[in-house]
Design a protein around this ligand. Sequence first.
Ligand code: MG
Length: 396
Amino acid sequence: MSVQKQYPKCLALLGSTGSVGTQTLDCVRMHPNEFKVLALTAQNNIDLLEKQAREFSVETVGIANLEKAEEFRRRVKGKIHVEEGLEGILKICAYEEADTVLNALVGNIGLRPTLHAMKHKKNVALANKETMVSGGELVMEAARRNKVHLVPIDSEHSAIFQCLNGENKGEISKIILTCSGGPFRGKKLNELKGVTKEQALNHPTWKMGGKITIDSATLMNKGFEVVEAMWLYGVEPERIEVVVHPQSLIHSMVEFVDASIIAQLGTHDMRTPIQYALTYPRRMKCPATRLNLLEAKQFTFEKPDMETFQCLARGYEAARRKGTTATAINAVNDECVGAFLDGKIEFLDIQRTIQKVAEKNRHVTHPVLEDILNADEWARRETRKELGIELSIPVR
Ligand code: MG
């Protein structure tokens, strides 16, 4: 593909009002001649969505919440085209003029848009890790079949992607996934009883959305990242090592067969991996903050405590089994984190429930989309039964 054809990039940005979405627009703002935003989508936050649509002269928006979509239509009086619900988001993924879909949706809802975008020959910049956790095999197959790029935005996976640039995957000896350890690093199981939402949301290094911050406190996030790395790079979980690196400045590493280790470093600024996913294989000036090694001073490493943080062990198990076990764990976790943030369950109930419900999952090794959606729905219902609570969000 010629450079002229590659640039400017025409983007559809899914989840524009969230943490990754707003940082994506920082990168777009810096390079108005390189990127054109064709469509934006949001769940509920139509105030910010309207502001973004006006600033970037976006002609189409997608709004997942139907009532909010109606309200938005009334506000803009036909000046901006509005698509609604999941079907509307899927239509945006198929937009003829878009060459890249940046998926920054939160949760399993992101899987169908990823597959739909690939089916319509769009490159996908992927921040929605549930897509890979829940449907990794399907997504990799769709990327291959449609000959599109899939570039991860997750900082660890972007780091690995960068370390592997120009390398032969057959020469990887292992992937070293770094992990901050979260706010409860060093604590034992009995010290985690009764920890509060505020304590769990107080991440030591990264500023992220609520769901992923809780996942970082339980280490479920790292467990998911093992699954994600396995699918993205075709490396078995036995060769994916999680190392706690509290400074979070080395975003991950790859060790090769010749014993050489390549690492990618940077500050805790998601705009580097976001922008790289959009400019790959090029690099461009970025609004991200720069790492000062003299200020950073030291890098330390520890072994993760999988007896206390059992979600990491669940992630490894899911990676070993492949198929719908990861889908089920992801869905149980989603429900539990929602319940924890609503103050309905304790922090340790998250890992306890994941263990209990996921173990009953009817495992399908090579699932089709329907199997994944069924496993997701089953796990959500079981979780609600187990917790004895009704959550506000619908199952599907
Ligand atoms: Mg990450």
